[in-house]
Design a protein around this ligand. Structure first.
Ligand code: FES
Ligand SMILES: [Fe+2]
Length: 405
């Protein structure tokens, strides 16, 4: 007999974490939040690009005014891909028979129809977008979007801060990266293997004492390896991790990383990262900019054979962000495209992973049972990560830390 709203069994529970299409529980939960869907530079004024997120295809176009719009991926008429059409003013016209849509998804013109009036049902989905730090965020849920608050971090908004953004699409389920964010032990191994530069110097093989504290925005992770080696990270529900890592050269300010893992579908995910460095001297500033000009397009997934079969490291010198990303990629992609969690054997040091799953299951239970989910909101007081930009790790023995995504 069908049991509506029956609690899922263990295997089902594990599967819930990885399914993100609109008709799934996680898909419904994720659609209550803002997600990055593209870099601002992906779409120029007067152009359109396709965007995939949470198992759906969308059209991202930028009106000639520069305003971005996100509408459904396919034309209402006969379902051809809309990004192949033309942006005209603040509207987009389909390539096939010229139907035209505004930025809310409403059809405003059907040139070959005798009747000039467009019926009200002639529309495609339209979603709110918000540009922030060089990324286009979208709200893909129903109804009114929440205020654009939760994704914001004060460190990204400091006057004069240097910002760079990257995106990498990996053939991997999104939840592997989410679990990795709250798995502090991995830093001592994954990021020990290829020690490079100041980041490599800061990695130690010491095993941490761990604690995880849920707060209004997410989960604070604290990993203590020694009195002078404390790693904190500020994980924000449902898919952002904020950490700091040492700068490109010894003496450069540390860099704040804000990493979102956004499912394209259940087997591919895009890792969007904001890097923020407090302004420093001209050399350090230029090093930061030059690094991202040269390596900002690195995508570990395009180096699968080198990384897995030839066991080649990515280029080593001055390759901090790409290196960290490639290391995380190897560990996570090595679990399989969708890790089979039924086969795993967790230990006490997996406290972060366990905490994280419990939080997600609690929220999914509430959603399934029609109860309110938690009102996640931006932290009133930003978490002080162990190393603030502008302070050098050698200056501050009490807060030396190794940290990565
Ligand atoms: S399919 Fe778009 S106008 Fe016909
Ligand atoms: Fe990592």
């Amino acid at each position: 007999m069908d049991m509506p709203n029956a609690a899922p069994g263990r295997a089902e529970q594990l599967a819930l974490l990885t399914q993100t299409a609109p008709d799934t529980e996680m898909g419904r939960l994720l659609r209550r939040f803002w997600h990055p869907v593209a870099l601002s530079s992906d779409v120029l004024p007067g152009h359109a690009v396709p965007v995939e997120a949470l198992g759906e295809t969308f059209t991202l176009f930028r009106g000639e005014s520069g305003t971005p719009y996100l509408v459904g991926g396919r034309c209402r008429h006969r379902q051809t891909l809309l990004h192949t059409g033309w942006v005209q003013g603040e509207k987009i016209r389909c390539i096939y028979h010229g139907w035209q849509f505004d930025g809310s998804g409403r059809c405003v013109q059907r040139p070959a129809e005798k009747e000039a009036r467009v019926p009200p049902g002639c529309r495609i989905p339209g979603h709110p977008v918000h540009e922030y730090c060089g990324m286009v965020f979208a709200y893909l849920g129903e109804g009114e979007a929440p205020a654009f608050e939760l994704p914001r971090k004060d460190v990204f908004e400091v006057p004069g801060v240097l910002i760079a953004v990257t995106k990498e699409t990996w053939r991997i389920n999104w939840f592997q990266q989410i679990e990795n964010s709250l798995d502090a032990v991995h830093v001592s191994f994954v990021h020990q293997a290829l020690r490079v530069g100041p980041f490599g110097d800061a990695v130690t093989t010491m095993m941490p004492d761990l604690s995880y504290v849920e707060n209004e925005a997410g989960i604070e992770q604290i990993a203590v390896r020694a009195h002078d080696n404390v790693r904190k990270s500020d994980w924000t529900f449902p898919n952002n991790n904020h950490v700091v890592v040492p700068g490109l050269r010894k003496g450069d300010p540390w860099i704040d990383f804000g990493i979102w893992m956004v499912p394209k579908d259940d087997e591919r995910s895009t890792r969007f990262t904001i890097y923020a460095m407090a302004p420093a001297d001209d050399d350090a500033n230029e090093r930061f900019r030059a690094y991202f000009r040269e390596f900002g397009g690195y995508n570990a997934d395009e180096h699968y054979d080198e990384l897995f079969h030839q066991r080649k490291a990515p280029p080593e010198e001055d390759f901090l962000a790409g290196l960290i990303s490639a290391q995380d990629y190897v560990a996570q992609r090595g679990q399989g495209v969708v890790a089979d969690r039924r086969l795993e054997m967790l230990g006490k040091s997996d406290l972060g992973v366990v905490t994280l799953r419990r939080v997600f299951w609690r929220e999914l239970d509430a959603l399934r049972e029609g109860r309110p989910t938690k009102h996640w909101r931006k932290r009133a007081e930003p978490l002080s990560l162990p190393m603030q930009p502008g302070r050098q790790r050698d200056d501050s023995p009490a807060s030396t830390a190794a940290t990565a995504s």
